[in-house]
Design a protein. Structure first.
Lengths: 503, 430
């Protein structure tokens, strides 16, 4: 299929999300759409998939203008989409998910499961995507669920596949497998529109890369363009992709985790005997595919989740199962994984968010009464020194961009007396410019002599920031390696198998 | 990778909880054996009779009364309960624990009955009429099943219908008035269907168009309609008692089948509403789990975004289902009127909520709801009628039973129930 977008414009109130976007995807081409969060990629995809209507411009399929009023129209026109958050019903079988909306039926509106299975098998055979049609989707690993999404699109005879940040949830090995699938689909004549912000994989798999920024097409480049070039196009200025840091000078251990066992909400021991030491003056980066216990480990360290057994010691003091307040007061700074849920109160002002974990302490309060002037002065100082972009310190936090919200949290945590900083997914959802900033701040904390524990599912970030890299798989630390270790070996540890030469 | 999924799928109940349930059942069994059984003293007897109260259709069969030694019967029933508990403990049943608790409840109810009717004893009624109990329970069960089906239709599409009570009341009022005026239950049914559908539409409109909290809207609808019904009662029904003359629908006995002992009067000598309910149970089961329509409805209730992404209209599906559910509950209200007669403002006495509880206990499935409604129906009937046996437990306490079970179930104490994932969550496209 040859897809052409001409002058697509989409406005939300005063915000122009897409501004006269032109784009051509040739048959059999893997076309990457590269851009920061908020650049307008998702809006464009939703327009293309019929979920939103463009204010201006037209969509041409094989030279013919089409109107896509809803996603059903898009599917009938041969456009398939693999969403970042899978559009699969977890309790349905693979077959039920694949046929949903296009069900083969027998008399009395009954579902024809035999034909549904046959559809899946024929797609599996044609494209080499094996999956059991009768398996329940929620029992499948993420990689296979994504495969079901692809089969679903192909079974509707999609000629153009849109993949929205498809590697975000995959291990490096699964991501490699996906890229192989993408190449073989393209070879069989399917067009692929691939959305990503990961420079490495974009260069690895694309035929053409189109960069958009602030709703506009900045340009199209071949995959031979360098990462620095691409990053500059995305951000609009030169950015440093390499974290600048000197060698670590680790001193005494500050955070000591011993044989920690933590259960999740379902009662499973998702942290299953983890021991870890973080020394003053070093950054330990915890790598792993999401859902292997990192979240619960951090929650246990920060007092948000009950520790079943084992201990957490902070600067020589046992803080196991202490309240979050006691732990914060003992000198732990926490940048939480889900910042909007656990890090800030969106409806409160920037100033109030800046003192969210020290509201009762002088000078912000005395005798149970808040000192609003001190709070505001404090906020103004921090906004200045951390370069938070906000109209005023009284503005509600929800009016700030994601990057600036993160800066508020970073500013708050780093402005308290600290022993250790625990940062989970510190750059998730941030643009390249903000990432650079947050990384610099984290390195500064280390250089000031504090201990830092980073949890990230971005392998690049882990390797760039960590002085030591611990890999977590199924609730256990599968290895602690030097950041110079090859990505392949770390990938193997993330998948639970130990490469040669590691413990 | 694969092991990751395996561990995720292996969601199991903590062993401690299963143990507690097992021990609870065992204790109930021991209490039945020794507290009620051995404690009765002076070798009393309990008599079971099987002659239906309503013999207008004739009972061409005759079953002799069955006289049981109370003490040993209770010990035996208690032993059955202990065995159920032991099974849970020994086999570490986590999944089947809920079914065992249901069985325990039924056996225990029988035991209470046997104990209460013992002679010599305090009871004025010297026997247990098994057929009468079954016939009486069938009527209550029928009402509850209408309500549960209504709940299932709505919640499978992701809308909580807590307004069933209001729809019952509406159907009852309208049905009773139309029947009193025309003496035609078919017209009354149509009237109840319309009022139920309208109340369903109101819930759907507020919940879908304005994304209101469905629980609050549902409660408001019930409260509003309760007030409206009282108003109607004092300003229309009191001055014009002809509109509320308490008709009861006559039974449509099925020739031949109705002559089967015990089963005949219970299942084949019922009002048309009973047969309609049976048809609806089959229909809803089939439609939800076998058809394309059902797959789409369930998709909307589980993951509306996924349904929308393949071109299914979430809003329309929810409207249709909530209106359908309202209509079913409205008809249930008419059925209520058809067996109960004269309307009074608080006549539905919380049956709509018990029906919703039964739906949860039945895991959002018509078959499960039928089982749960039967359990709740029998216990509600006994609660109302145990008084004549001079049981030293008040009706109000016995009527709490369905709610206690519901609390235990929804708190995850017994088994694990999982509602449709998007149940009660407003859907908007952005």
């Amino acid at each position: 299929m040859r897809l052409e977008l001409r002058g697509i414009t989409k406005k939300f109130g005063s915000l122009t999300a897409n501004d006269h976007i032109d784009l051509i995807v040739e048959p059999g081409q893997i076309h990457c759409l590269l851009g920061e969060n908020g650049a307008g990629k998702s809006t464009l995809m939703n327009v293309l998939f019929g979920l939103l209507q463009a204010d201006e411009g037209e969509i041409l399929i094989d030279g013919e203008p089409v109107r896509l009023a809803n996603s059903g129209d898009a599917v009938r026109r041969g456009i398939g989409m693999v969403h970042q958050h899978f559009m699969l019903v977890p309790v349905f079988s693979v077959a039920e998910n694949v046929v949903l909306g296009f069900e083969p039926t027998r008399s009395l509106d009954r579902l024809d499961y035999a034909r549904a299975r046959e559809n899946i098998r024929s797609v599996s055979r044609e494209f080499g995507l094996e999956v059991d049609p009768d398996a329940t989707v929620e029992s499948l690993p993420i990689g296979l669920q994504q495969r079901v999404e692809i089969i679903k699109a192909l079974s509707h005879d999609a000629q153009l596949l849109i993949l929205d940040e498809p590697t975000a949830v995959l291990t490096p090995q699964e991501a490699d497998a996906l890229m192989a699938i993408m190449r073989s689909l393209a070879a069989s004549g399917k067009s692929i529109l691939f959305i990503s912000h990961k420079l490495k994989e974009v260069r690895q798999v694309s035929d053409v890369i189109t960069v958009i920024r602030s709703g506009r097409v900045i340009g199209s480049v071949p995959p031979t363009a360098s990462e620095n070039e691409l990053a500059a196009m995305m951000v609009g200025r030169e950015v440093s992709l390499v974290v600048q840091k000197s060698a670590a000078t680790p001193r005494e251990p500050v955070l000591e985790v011993r044989d920690l066992v933590v259960r999740d909400d379902r009662g499973l021991a998702v942290v299953d005997g983890v021991s870890l030491e973080v020394h003053a003056g070093e950054i330990v980066a915890l790598a792993g595919v999401q859902g292997n216990g990192q979240t619960e480990l951090v929650e246990a360290i920060t007092g948000l989740r009950h520790v079943e057994s084992g201990s957490v010691v902070l600067a020589g003091r046992d803080i196991t199962n202490h309240s979050p307040r006691e732990i914060l007061d003992a000198g732990l700074g926490h940048i939480p994984e889900d910042r909007q849920r656990d890090g800030v109160v969106l409806s409160m002002s920037v100033a109030d968010n800046m003192v969210l974990n020290t509201p009762r302490r002088a000078p912000f309060a005395r005798h149970g009464t808040r000192n609003l002037r001190a709070v505001r002065d404090h906020a103004e100082t921090l906004v200045e020194s951390f370069d938070v972009r906000t109209s005023s310190v009284e503005a509600p936090l929800s009016s700030l961009s994601g990057g600036n919200q993160q800066k508020v949290i970073v500013a708050r945590e780093l402005s308290r007396p600290l022993e250790v900083l625990v940062a989970s997914q510190p750059t998730r959802g941030l643009d390249v410019g903000s990432i650079e900033y947050v990384h610099r701040e984290i390195v500064r904390v280390r250089d000031d002599g504090h201990a830092v524990l980073i949890v990230s599912s971005e392998l690049d970030e882990v390797m760039a920031l960590g002085d030591r890299v611990a890999v977590m798989f199924q609730g256990r630390i599968t290895g602690i390696v030097d950041p110079s270790t090859s990505r392949e070996d770390v990938g193997l540890l993330m998948a639970g198998s130990a490469p040669a030469g590691t413990r | 990778m694969t092991t990751l999924a395996a561990s995720a799928a292996k969601v199991r109940q903590p062993l401690g909880r299963t143990k507690a349930i097992g021990w609870f059942i065992v204790v109930v069994g021991l209490f039945t054996m020794f507290g009620m059984g051995v404690g009765t003293g002076t070798a009393p007897h309990s008599t079971l009779t099987f002659t239906p109260i309503d013999v207008s259709h004739g009972a061409p069969w005759h079953l002799a009364n069955l006289t049981l030694p109370t003490e040993w019967t209770l010990v035996l029933l208690g032993a059955v309960i202990v065995a159920l508990g032991a099974e849970v403990l020994v086999r570490r049943l986590a999944k089947g624990a809920m079914v065992r608790v249901g069985l325990m409840a039924i056996v225990f109810l029988v035991a209470v009955l046997v104990w209460a009717s013992r002679q010599p004893g305090p009871s004025q009624v010297p026997f247990i009429n098994v057929t009468a109990i079954l016939v009486g329970s069938a009527a209550i069960t029928m009402i509850l099943i209408y309500g549960s089906l209504s709940g299932i239709l709505c919640e499978r599409a992701g809308v909580v219908n807590i307004a069933i009570e209001g729809q019952f009341l509406g159907g009852y009022l309208v049905g009773e008035m139309i029947d009193s005026a025309t003496n035609n239950w078919l017209l009354a049914t149509v009237g109840g269907l319309v009022i139920g559908a309208l109340l369903g539409w109101l819930l759907a409109f507020l919940a879908i168009r304005y994304l209101s909290d469905q629980i609050i809207v549902g409660v408001v609808i019930v409260t509003m309609f309760t007030g409206l019904a009282s108003y109607f009662n004092s300003w229309v029904l009191t001055p014009y008692p002809n509109l509320n003359n308490g008709n009861i629908a006559s039974n449509l006995a099925i020739p031949g089948l109705m002559k089967i002992p015990i089963i005949g009067p219970t299942f084949f000598d019922e009002t048309g509403f009973f047969y309609l309910m049976l048809v609806l149970v089959g229909l809803v089961s089939f439609a939800l789990f076998r058809t394309r329509w059902g797959l789409r409805v369930r998709a909307v209730g589980e993951h509306p975004q996924a349904a929308a992404a393949v071109g299914i209209s979430v809003e329309r599906t929810r409207y249709v289902n909530v209106i359908l559910g309202g209509a079913v509950a409205g008809v249930g209200g008419v059925a209520f009127a058809a067996i109960q007669g004269q309307f009074t403002p608080s006549i539905t006495s919380g049956f709509g909520y018990i029906a919703l509880a039964a739906m949860i206990f039945g895991r959002w499935r018509p078959s499960g709801a039928v089982a749960a409604c039967t359990l709740f129906g029998v216990s509600a009937y006994l609660a109302y009628n145990l008084q004549s046996y001079q049981v030293p437990i008040s009706t109000e306490i016995l009527l709490m039973f369905p709610y206690l079970i519901t609390i235990a179930v929804s708190a995850g104490l017994v088994g694990r129930v999982r509602p449709p994932a998007a149940d009660g969550i407003p859907y908007s496209r952005e």
